[in-house]
Design a protein around this ligand. Sequence first.
Ligand SMILES: [Zn+2]
Length: 201
Amino acid sequence: MDQIKTGQFIAGERKAKGFTQRQLAERLGISDKTVSKWERGNGFPEVSLLLPLCGELGITVNELLSGERVSGADYQKKAEENMVNLVKEAQESKKKIILSALVAAVGLVAAVPLFVIAGALEMKAWLRAVLIGIGSLVIFMDIIIACVLDRDAGAFECPECHERFVPTMSAYLMGPHTIRKRQLKCPKCGAVKYCKKVLTK
Ligand SMILES: [Zn+2]
């Protein structure tokens, strides 16, 4: 999926219909900033807006995803290409999320026995300290790797302006969070909010 191409296509079709960005946004019940963002190729309409947007512009979802008008013979082929690409993107994001959970679990499984051994067996104090040290290091690395993978999978959406962004590593690590949401500062509007995790930027 080429966001730049789709963005230019949206802009072209909007102008052909004689709408300003604000007029199109009002018809869709969203902010004109969001329309501007799509047209700059900096974000893609969320699923619930695909049909209303295509309806306003008089295009099909297939054409929106392709970023161009698609005629008869090519139509089926383009639709299938778009479908495969969407599934692929979703799978890659999901795989990273699953992978990060796996890494976290494996790390814990690897480190916990070290603590158990260090606590249960008779040994020299320095050896116990080394075991605890290694165990702590494994867990620490584990958390870092899991965070890198998780941050890398998908993006976060600002609840105020719907900007989708990938936070910096430090902002990601510092933000209080629930399973699905994380408190982050929106780079667009500056709001500090609990932002929802989304699979695509
Ligand atoms: Zn925002």
